[in-house]
Design a protein around this ligand. Structure first.
Ligand code: HEM
Length: 207
């Protein structure tokens, strides 16, 4: 949806659908995973049809999220390669957090913080996938110590991912005009010029 014909397209419908499949799977996985993590969260299994169903569904939802995450990461990784201007941006991140972002170094489609978060997500996903597969099926007959180590790695990776996604969602809400990029695909020129001037110049040819 272009609310204004001058708005800039930031995501295609395919990119948005891809992102939201990952996002919805992530929420379902966090809810079902927390239910296994501590008895206080066990009532969350009711959302999935009880304990056994939660245990059956969680790894399959994990596989769906992984597949769609791989597609999303292949789409976006080039835009997340860290450049010298991103390092400068990261050094000045406290100015940004103070809301004093006018003299931050110019950014391309993604800023240094988004890029670091992207690679943090990739690392977390690899750890979740490997440790999750090792724990999945009893018939794999793995030594019990392997399963034990995998469950500790899985729990640490899950806490890491939940922390990163809380930051990701907070930043998306905090930077006004960003959520609509993932909802409708477009952003205003003013938003692009303020937050991602390099991308704005590339898209419009303006200074
Ligand atoms: C569930 C709540 C979520 C919300 C509200 C949300 C929101 C957003 C928004 C608004 C953007 C656009 C940012 C921009 O264009 O500057 C975005 C981008 C992105 N999101 Fe999410 N997201 C969520 C969950 C997730 C999850 C679970 C993942 C992956 C595990 C994820 C990975 C990404 C990636 C990779 C990008 C592109 C940014 C980049 O490549 O650096 N998001 N998200």
């Amino acid at each position: 949806m272009r609310r204004n014909p001058r708005d800039l397209v930031r995501y295609t419908a395919g990119e948005r659908a891809n992102h939201w499949v990952v996002g919805i799977c992530f929420i379902l996985l966090a809810l079902s995973g927390l239910a296994f993590f501590h008895p206080a969260f066990f009532p969350l299994t009711q959302l999935f049809g009880g304990g056994p169903w939660t245990r059956i569904l969680h790894p399959y939802i994990g596989v769906v999220m992984m597949l769609f995450f791989v597609i999303m990461a292949l789409r976006f990784w080039r835009l997340n390669v860290i450049e010298p201007r991103d390092v400068e941006w990261l050094k000045n991140v406290n100015k940004m957090v103070d809301g004093n972002d006018h003299d931050m170094p110019e950014q391309g489609k993604y800023n240094g913080g988004q890029k670091v978060l992207f690679w943090g997500l990739v690392v977390g996903m690899v750890l979740l996938l490997v440790s999750g597969v090792l724990m999945w099926r009893a018939w794999l007959n793995l030594p019990v110590d392997v399963v034990r180590i995998a469950s500790v790695v899985h729990a640490i990776a899950a806490v890491w991912m939940i922390g990163l996604i809380i930051m990701h969602v907070y930043a998306a809400i905090w930077t006004r005009g960003t959520i609509r990029a993932m909802m409708y695909g477009t952003v205003t020129r003013a938003w692009a010029k303020q937050h991602h001037r390099g991308w704005y110049r590339k898209m419009t040819g303006d200074n």
